[in-house]
Ligand binder design. Structure first.
Ligand SMILES: Nc1ncnc2c1ncn2[C@@H]1O[C@H](COP(=O)(O)OP(=O)(O)OP(=O)(O)O)[C@@H](O)[C@H]1O
Length: 253
Protein backbone atom coordinates (compact mmCIF):
# COMPACT_ATOMS: atom_id res chain seq x y z
CA UNK A 1 0.00 0.00 0.00
CA UNK A 2 1.36 3.43 -0.91
CA UNK A 3 -0.32 5.14 2.06
CA UNK A 4 -0.77 3.07 5.21
CA UNK A 5 -2.38 4.51 8.32
CA UNK A 6 -2.73 2.29 11.40
CA UNK A 7 -4.61 3.01 14.61
CA UNK A 8 -3.91 6.71 14.24
CA UNK A 9 -5.10 8.96 17.06
CA UNK A 10 -4.58 12.68 17.61
CA UNK A 11 -5.73 14.42 20.76
CA UNK A 12 -5.98 18.19 20.96
CA UNK A 13 -6.22 20.05 24.20
CA UNK A 14 -9.51 21.80 24.81
CA UNK A 15 -9.11 24.29 27.60
CA UNK A 16 -6.80 23.46 30.49
CA UNK A 17 -8.06 20.09 31.55
CA UNK A 18 -9.94 18.32 28.79
CA UNK A 19 -8.79 16.79 25.52
CA UNK A 20 -10.74 15.91 22.38
CA UNK A 21 -9.75 13.30 19.80
CA UNK A 22 -9.53 14.98 16.37
CA UNK A 23 -8.59 11.58 14.93
CA UNK A 24 -9.70 8.46 16.74
CA UNK A 25 -8.01 5.12 16.05
CA UNK A 26 -8.07 5.51 12.27
CA UNK A 27 -6.86 2.65 10.06
CA UNK A 28 -6.80 3.26 6.32
CA UNK A 29 -4.78 1.97 3.36
CA UNK A 30 -4.56 3.53 -0.10
CA UNK A 31 -3.24 1.51 -3.03
CA UNK A 32 -0.89 2.84 -5.70
CA UNK A 33 -2.82 4.43 -8.56
CA UNK A 34 -5.97 5.02 -6.55
CA UNK A 35 -7.95 8.25 -6.42
CA UNK A 36 -9.26 8.35 -2.87
CA UNK A 37 -11.81 10.87 -1.62
CA UNK A 38 -11.69 11.80 2.04
CA UNK A 39 -15.01 13.17 3.27
CA UNK A 40 -16.45 14.35 6.51
CA UNK A 41 -18.35 17.25 8.02
CA UNK A 42 -16.46 20.37 9.17
CA UNK A 43 -14.18 19.47 12.05
CA UNK A 44 -14.27 15.71 11.28
CA UNK A 45 -10.46 15.49 11.33
CA UNK A 46 -9.58 15.40 7.62
CA UNK A 47 -6.97 18.17 7.71
CA UNK A 48 -5.50 16.70 10.89
CA UNK A 49 -4.90 13.37 9.11
CA UNK A 50 -3.39 15.20 6.14
CA UNK A 51 -1.10 17.25 8.42
CA UNK A 52 0.08 14.02 10.05
CA UNK A 53 0.84 12.51 6.62
CA UNK A 54 2.96 15.58 5.88
CA UNK A 55 4.59 15.36 9.34
CA UNK A 56 3.49 18.90 10.22
CA UNK A 57 2.01 17.54 13.43
CA UNK A 58 2.73 14.36 15.38
CA UNK A 59 0.14 11.73 16.13
CA UNK A 60 -0.69 10.99 19.77
CA UNK A 61 -0.73 7.27 18.90
CA UNK A 62 -0.56 5.00 15.86
CA UNK A 63 1.50 5.15 12.69
CA UNK A 64 1.37 6.56 9.18
CA UNK A 65 3.60 5.50 6.30
CA UNK A 66 4.10 6.58 2.70
CA UNK A 67 5.65 3.93 0.46
CA UNK A 68 6.48 1.94 3.57
CA UNK A 69 8.47 4.83 5.07
CA UNK A 70 7.26 6.34 8.36
CA UNK A 71 6.06 9.91 7.70
CA UNK A 72 8.51 11.24 10.32
CA UNK A 73 11.36 10.24 7.98
CA UNK A 74 12.12 13.11 5.52
CA UNK A 75 12.53 10.46 2.78
CA UNK A 76 8.76 9.89 2.90
CA UNK A 77 8.14 13.45 1.68
CA UNK A 78 10.19 13.07 -1.50
CA UNK A 79 7.32 11.35 -3.27
CA UNK A 80 4.55 13.69 -2.09
CA UNK A 81 2.91 16.70 -3.70
CA UNK A 82 0.80 18.69 -1.26
CA UNK A 83 -1.88 21.33 -1.62
CA UNK A 84 -2.84 22.95 1.70
CA UNK A 85 -6.41 23.95 2.49
CA UNK A 86 -5.60 27.65 2.12
CA UNK A 87 -2.45 28.03 0.02
CA UNK A 88 -0.60 31.25 0.78
CA UNK A 89 2.31 32.79 -1.08
CA UNK A 90 4.52 35.85 -0.80
CA UNK A 91 2.46 38.13 -2.95
CA UNK A 92 5.35 40.03 -4.52
CA UNK A 93 6.54 36.83 -6.26
CA UNK A 94 5.31 35.74 -9.69
CA UNK A 95 3.85 32.32 -10.50
CA UNK A 96 7.02 31.49 -12.41
CA UNK A 97 9.25 32.39 -9.44
CA UNK A 98 7.17 30.36 -6.99
CA UNK A 99 7.09 27.32 -9.25
CA UNK A 100 10.82 27.61 -10.00
CA UNK A 101 11.47 27.70 -6.26
CA UNK A 102 9.26 24.62 -5.78
CA UNK A 103 11.05 22.74 -8.56
CA UNK A 104 14.50 23.64 -7.22
CA UNK A 105 13.45 22.53 -3.75
CA UNK A 106 12.56 19.18 -5.30
CA UNK A 107 16.06 19.19 -6.88
CA UNK A 108 14.78 19.32 -10.46
CA UNK A 109 16.86 20.53 -13.37
CA UNK A 110 16.14 24.18 -14.32
CA UNK A 111 15.21 23.39 -17.94
CA UNK A 112 12.88 20.65 -16.87
CA UNK A 113 11.24 22.99 -14.36
CA UNK A 114 10.74 25.58 -17.11
CA UNK A 115 9.00 23.02 -19.32
CA UNK A 116 6.87 21.76 -16.48
CA UNK A 117 5.87 25.33 -15.49
CA UNK A 118 4.65 26.06 -19.02
CA UNK A 119 2.81 22.76 -19.21
CA UNK A 120 1.06 23.18 -15.83
CA UNK A 121 0.20 26.85 -16.31
CA UNK A 122 -1.31 26.05 -19.71
CA UNK A 123 -3.35 23.20 -18.21
CA UNK A 124 -4.58 25.44 -15.40
CA UNK A 125 -5.32 28.36 -17.76
CA UNK A 126 -2.76 30.61 -16.06
CA UNK A 127 -0.15 30.95 -18.83
CA UNK A 128 -1.05 34.62 -19.33
CA UNK A 129 -0.15 35.52 -15.71
CA UNK A 130 3.12 33.60 -15.50
CA UNK A 131 5.12 36.79 -14.88
CA UNK A 132 2.53 38.64 -12.83
CA UNK A 133 2.83 39.04 -9.09
CA UNK A 134 0.57 36.87 -6.97
CA UNK A 135 -0.98 39.95 -5.37
CA UNK A 136 -2.78 40.63 -8.66
CA UNK A 137 -4.39 37.17 -8.63
CA UNK A 138 -7.95 36.29 -7.68
CA UNK A 139 -8.62 33.66 -4.99
CA UNK A 140 -9.29 30.94 -7.56
CA UNK A 141 -6.05 31.79 -9.39
CA UNK A 142 -4.05 31.47 -6.15
CA UNK A 143 -5.71 28.10 -5.54
CA UNK A 144 -4.67 26.93 -9.02
CA UNK A 145 -1.07 28.09 -8.45
CA UNK A 146 -1.15 26.06 -5.24
CA UNK A 147 -2.08 23.03 -7.27
CA UNK A 148 0.64 23.71 -9.87
CA UNK A 149 3.17 23.92 -7.01
CA UNK A 150 1.94 20.61 -5.58
CA UNK A 151 2.44 18.95 -8.97
CA UNK A 152 5.61 20.65 -10.21
CA UNK A 153 7.82 17.61 -9.50
CA UNK A 154 5.26 15.11 -10.85
CA UNK A 155 4.90 13.42 -7.46
CA UNK A 156 3.90 9.80 -7.05
CA UNK A 157 1.42 10.68 -4.30
CA UNK A 158 -0.69 13.84 -4.37
CA UNK A 159 -2.30 14.89 -1.12
CA UNK A 160 -4.78 17.66 -1.75
CA UNK A 161 -6.73 19.39 0.99
CA UNK A 162 -9.92 20.67 -0.64
CA UNK A 163 -8.48 21.23 -4.11
CA UNK A 164 -11.79 22.53 -5.50
CA UNK A 165 -12.30 25.12 -2.78
CA UNK A 166 -12.88 28.63 -4.12
CA UNK A 167 -12.96 27.51 -7.76
CA UNK A 168 -15.67 28.32 -10.28
CA UNK A 169 -17.17 25.45 -12.35
CA UNK A 170 -14.53 25.91 -15.06
CA UNK A 171 -11.71 25.82 -12.52
CA UNK A 172 -13.21 22.73 -10.93
CA UNK A 173 -13.31 21.04 -14.32
CA UNK A 174 -9.61 21.87 -14.88
CA UNK A 175 -8.67 20.37 -11.53
CA UNK A 176 -10.86 17.33 -12.12
CA UNK A 177 -9.18 16.75 -15.50
CA UNK A 178 -5.74 17.02 -13.89
CA UNK A 179 -6.70 14.47 -11.24
CA UNK A 180 -7.93 12.08 -13.94
CA UNK A 181 -4.66 12.58 -15.83
CA UNK A 182 -2.72 11.74 -12.71
CA UNK A 183 -4.68 8.52 -12.35
CA UNK A 184 -3.99 7.64 -15.99
CA UNK A 185 -0.29 8.15 -15.28
CA UNK A 186 -0.41 5.77 -12.32
CA UNK A 187 -0.20 8.49 -9.67
CA UNK A 188 -2.02 8.17 -6.38
CA UNK A 189 -4.35 10.99 -5.33
CA UNK A 190 -5.68 11.41 -1.80
CA UNK A 191 -7.95 14.41 -1.50
CA UNK A 192 -10.48 15.89 0.86
CA UNK A 193 -13.55 17.71 -0.41
CA UNK A 194 -17.04 18.77 0.50
CA UNK A 195 -18.15 18.68 -3.12
CA UNK A 196 -19.72 15.25 -3.27
CA UNK A 197 -20.50 15.38 -6.99
CA UNK A 198 -16.78 15.84 -7.72
CA UNK A 199 -15.91 12.98 -5.40
CA UNK A 200 -18.45 10.71 -7.07
CA UNK A 201 -17.07 11.51 -10.51
CA UNK A 202 -13.38 11.23 -9.69
CA UNK A 203 -12.78 8.72 -6.95
CA UNK A 204 -12.26 4.98 -6.98
CA UNK A 205 -12.95 4.82 -3.25
CA UNK A 206 -14.14 7.14 -0.52
CA UNK A 207 -13.68 7.28 3.22
CA UNK A 208 -16.23 9.07 5.38
CA UNK A 209 -14.95 10.45 8.67
CA UNK A 210 -16.98 11.84 11.58
CA UNK A 211 -15.46 13.04 14.85
CA UNK A 212 -12.19 11.41 13.82
CA UNK A 213 -13.70 7.97 13.24
CA UNK A 214 -14.08 6.23 9.91
CA UNK A 215 -17.77 5.51 9.32
CA UNK A 216 -17.37 4.09 5.83
CA UNK A 217 -14.62 3.16 3.44
CA UNK A 218 -15.40 1.65 0.08
CA UNK A 219 -15.95 1.71 -3.59
CA UNK A 220 -17.87 4.52 -5.28
CA UNK A 221 -19.43 2.13 -7.85
CA UNK A 222 -21.36 0.39 -5.09
CA UNK A 223 -22.53 3.76 -3.82
CA UNK A 224 -23.86 4.93 -7.13
CA UNK A 225 -25.72 1.68 -7.53
CA UNK A 226 -27.41 2.34 -4.18
CA UNK A 227 -30.42 4.64 -3.90
CA UNK A 228 -29.54 8.34 -3.59
CA UNK A 229 -25.80 8.02 -4.20
CA UNK A 230 -23.08 9.52 -2.09
CA UNK A 231 -24.89 12.56 -0.72
CA UNK A 232 -27.72 10.56 0.79
CA UNK A 233 -25.36 7.99 2.21
CA UNK A 234 -23.06 10.66 3.68
CA UNK A 235 -25.93 12.43 5.47
CA UNK A 236 -27.47 9.20 6.73
CA UNK A 237 -24.19 7.86 8.10
CA UNK A 238 -23.23 11.09 9.85
CA UNK A 239 -26.73 11.62 11.31
CA UNK A 240 -26.87 8.04 12.52
CA UNK A 241 -23.44 8.29 14.15
CA UNK A 242 -24.39 11.56 15.85
CA UNK A 243 -27.65 10.09 17.16
CA UNK A 244 -26.33 6.73 18.27
CA UNK A 245 -22.88 7.60 19.54
CA UNK A 246 -22.94 11.26 20.50
CA UNK A 247 -26.52 11.88 21.56
CA UNK A 248 -26.87 14.72 19.05
CA UNK A 249 -29.81 15.25 16.72
CA UNK A 250 -28.41 17.01 13.68
CA UNK A 251 -31.52 17.32 11.53
CA UNK A 252 -29.51 17.81 8.35
CA UNK A 253 -31.21 17.82 4.97
N1 LIG B 1 -4.46 23.24 16.61
C1 LIG B 1 -5.60 22.79 17.11
N2 LIG B 1 -5.84 22.87 18.43
C2 LIG B 1 -6.99 22.40 18.98
N3 LIG B 1 -7.96 21.81 18.27
C3 LIG B 1 -7.78 21.69 16.93
C4 LIG B 1 -6.59 22.17 16.28
N4 LIG B 1 -6.69 21.92 14.95
C5 LIG B 1 -7.88 21.30 14.79
N5 LIG B 1 -8.53 21.17 15.96
C6 LIG B 1 -9.82 20.51 16.18
O1 LIG B 1 -9.70 19.19 15.66
C7 LIG B 1 -10.91 18.79 15.01
C8 LIG B 1 -10.61 18.37 13.59
O2 LIG B 1 -10.20 19.51 12.83
P1 LIG B 1 -9.76 19.39 11.30
O3 LIG B 1 -9.28 20.75 10.88
O4 LIG B 1 -8.83 18.26 11.15
O5 LIG B 1 -11.15 19.04 10.60
P2 LIG B 1 -11.56 19.01 9.05
O6 LIG B 1 -12.30 17.74 8.84
O7 LIG B 1 -10.37 19.25 8.20
O8 LIG B 1 -12.57 20.24 8.97
P3 LIG B 1 -12.99 21.23 7.73
O9 LIG B 1 -13.84 20.41 6.81
O10 LIG B 1 -13.77 22.29 8.44
O11 LIG B 1 -11.71 21.73 7.11
C9 LIG B 1 -11.87 19.97 15.15
O12 LIG B 1 -12.68 19.73 16.28
C10 LIG B 1 -10.95 21.14 15.39
O13 LIG B 1 -11.59 22.13 16.17
Amino acid sequence: MIIQIDNLTKWYRKGRTSKVPAVDNLTLAIAKGEVFGFLGPNGAGKSTVIKILLNFIRPSAGTAMIKGIPVQDPLARGSIGYLPENPYFYDHLTAEEILMFGGRTARMDRNLIGERIDQLLARLKLAHVKRQRIRTYSKGMVQRIGLALALIHDPEVCILDEPMSGLDPLGRRLVADLILDMRRNGRTVFFSSHILSDIEKLCDRVGILNRGRLLYCGNTDTLQAGAGGLEKMFIQLVEQDERENHGADLAIG
